[in-house]
Ligand binder design. Structure first.
Ligand code: PMT
Length: 409
């Protein structure tokens, strides 16, 4: 059995959809292959699929209850359709019947599987299996082409003798071939299949209707990291403070102003994240009150009462099941000592320390970083933030996969 790179699949979360077709029996072998290399596999079956194989079989192979019913109160309490949609790194439907494909194209939500797909932004791959006339029918071809244009991957079908006796295209690809597609999917880049959540830019803490306390972060470092991570195959969600920068392609951006808004947005996204990168320069304190109108000259208070903001990175790292965390530390003096203290205090796996100077760090086009982890220190010399981000992502991916291997061993 070809397990070409089991390490790349360790810890991946794959949602296996099964629709109604005789080839559903092969899905058991596919589920078994994936579980054997450390994938976390959950299964959703359409009612039609349960006519061909029993949910108990797939439950026994994956170790998880199989979901079949949108309105099952027990399933909804444990991992409902929205949670399932958010949980997966990849959804694979094998076999994907003609009816299943038509429903996906139309955006139907009449089965749990269709509802999950409709509620999900997770990449979707279909392994079609059906009678060859059904596969070649213009309706099916139009449906599959439209789905492919939306970015859905199509693996197969294979050609050969079918269960009904016909010969032609329509057979489900063998489980080992489907397995190889999955390995290929996750090896497109060092972060392929990972969801990376990132903060970038400054925060603004309002004093009145027009004034705020802010800092000189431009967002350039964080946006360069977002681009470099996407180029390595990661799905990137960027929570950005106010910057003049355009959102890079293929990246989902949520724009915020204050530290509290950044915290709220990160907390809303973090359950889906494999990696969290805190590059934003977040205000540690905010004025206790914000005047509704512009404070008039002469009435501006001589002193301000400040209250602490939530520490986003510490809150994420302190979650019961945190993502792998990369923090930053911007320092003017005793850079490495201060940074190591922050790393330990916030319990961060990896911390990137940068010295604040006239030519690097805040608002500059260049930066230099020293990466601190339990494995030691790596210095990345001063260079453009784009090149630096690529090197940072290379080291981050290495350390993340090493961490996953330990977690799964
Ligand atoms: O945006 P640029 O102009 O390109 O500049 C990039 C940068 C210098 C801002 C960036 O490289 C950087 O160092 N970002 C972190 C800046 C910082 O203020 O760090 P800190 O030492 O205050 O915070 C330590 C870590 O905790 C950071 O990861 C920070 O994002 C995080 N933090 C801090 C406070 C808070 N309330 N919540 C947080 O998440």
């Amino acid at each position: 059995m070809a397990h070409s790179d089991p390490q790349i699949l360790a810890g991946r979360r794959i949602l296996l959809g099964v629709s109604g077709g005789i080839a559903a029996y092969k899905t058991v072998e596919l589920a078994r292959l994936r579980v054997s290399v450390g994938c976390d596999v959950r299964v959703v079956m359409t009612p039609g699929a349960t006519q061909f194989i029993g949910p108990l079989t797939l439950q026994a192979v994956t170790g998880w209850p199989v979901s079949t019913d949108t309105f099952d109160p027990q399933q909804e309490a444990a991992m409902g359709h929205i949670a399932l949609a958010r949980w997966a790194d990849l959804i694979v439907i094998a076999p994907a019947s003609a009816n299943c494909i038509a429903g996906l194209h139309a955006g139907q939500a009449d089965t749990l599987l269709h509802t999950v797909c409709l509620a999900s932004t997770t990449p979707l791959a279909l392994a079609p299996a059906m009678n060859s006339q059904m596969w070649q029918h213009p309706a099916t071809q139009a449906n599959i082409q439209a789905l492919q244009q939306r970015g859905v991957q199509c693996w197969g079908p294979a050609e050969g003798v079918q269960a009904c006796g016909d010969t032609g295209p329509g057979r489900l690809q063998e489980p080992t071939e489907l397995y190889q597609h999955i390995v290929a999917y996750f090896t497109r880049g060092s972060l392929a299949g990972c969801h990376l959540l990132l903060t970038a830019g400054p925060t603004r803490e309002p004093l009145d209707a027009v004034r705020y306390i802010g800092n000189r972060s431009s967002g350039k470092m964080g946006y360069a990291i977002a681009k470099a991570a996407a180029a390595q195959g990661a799905r990137v969600t960027l929570v950005s403070g106010p910057t003049a920068l355009a959102c890079p392609p293929d990246i989902t951006r949520h724009q915020v102003q204050t530290a509290q808004q950044m915290y709220d947005q990160v907390m809303a996204q973090v359950s889906e994240a494999d990696i969290f990168v805190a590059c934003a320069a977040v205000a540690d304190y905010r004025p206790e009150t914000c005047a509704e109108h512009k404070i008039k000259k002469g009435t501006v208070p001589r002193s301000l009462t400040m209250v602490p903001n939530p520490d986003i990175l510490a809150a994420v790292a302190g979650l019961p099941e945190p993502p792998y965390c990369l923090g930053f530390a911007a320092e003017t003096d005793q850079v490495l000592t201060q940074a190591e203290t922050k790393r330990k205090a916030k319990k961060i796996s990896l911390l990137a320390a940068n010295r604040v100077s006239a030519t690097a760090g805040f608002d500059a086009d260049e930066n230099a970083l020293t990466l601190l982890s339990d494995q030691g220190r790596i210095h990345l010399p001063q260079q453009s933030k784009q090149r630096l981000a690529q090197q940072l992502i290379h080291h981050l991916a290495e350390q993340y996969h090493a961490y996953l291997t330990i977690q799964n061993s």
